[in-house]
Design a protein. Structure first.
Length: 154
């Protein structure tokens, strides 16, 4: 039961982090499009870029606390890979949905952002970006667990 509670708590923290990042994303996108007159696709891209920086920092420092044991450059590289897909999906999805619906871009952007956050960002960040995927370390941890059990039995 403790593992399930931990997973739910991590998910809730990740969603809060995503909401902070989304706020930054939408404010930047809206200001660039509505105030500065930038084409909404460019504004959406730059907003997603800004929100992604906020999300990466919040996730590293607060959401996935186990990530502190990982090297920052590897976390950043893995985040960049996932983030590139996320920005492409968000920007392309916003463009497609805006053009198909004919509505103001913020509404389609919202639908796309929620879908990408739940189906792309969270699963990949949890399973890939902020997890130690080093086979060498995993084997070392397994050996360490086995030796502890062996000494207890003796």
């Amino acid at each position: 039961m403790g593992k399930v509670k931990n997973e739910i708590w991590t998910f809730c923290k990740a969603q809060l982090s995503a909401q902070m990042a989304t706020l930054v994303d939408f404010v930047v996108s809206f200001l660039l499009a509505a105030v500065c007159g930038l084409w909404y696709v460019y504004a959406s891209f730059l907003g997603a870029l800004s929100g992604g920086v906020v999300n990466c920092v919040a996730n590293y420092r607060w959401v996935f606390s186990d990530a502190h044991d990982l090297k920052k450059r590897w976390v950043a590289l893995k985040y960049l890979l996932v983030w590139t897909g996320s920005i492409g999906l968000n920007t392309g999805g916003t463009y497609l949905l805006t053009e198909l619906s004919g509505s103001y871009f913020i509404f389609p952007k919202t639908v796309v952002a929620v879908a990408i956050a739940l189906l792309w960002n969270y699963p990949l960040q949890r399973m890939f970006v902020y997890r130690d995927n080093s086979l060498r370390r995993r084997i070392g941890k397994l050996k360490g667990k086995q030796s502890k059990t062996d000494t207890i039995e003796e």
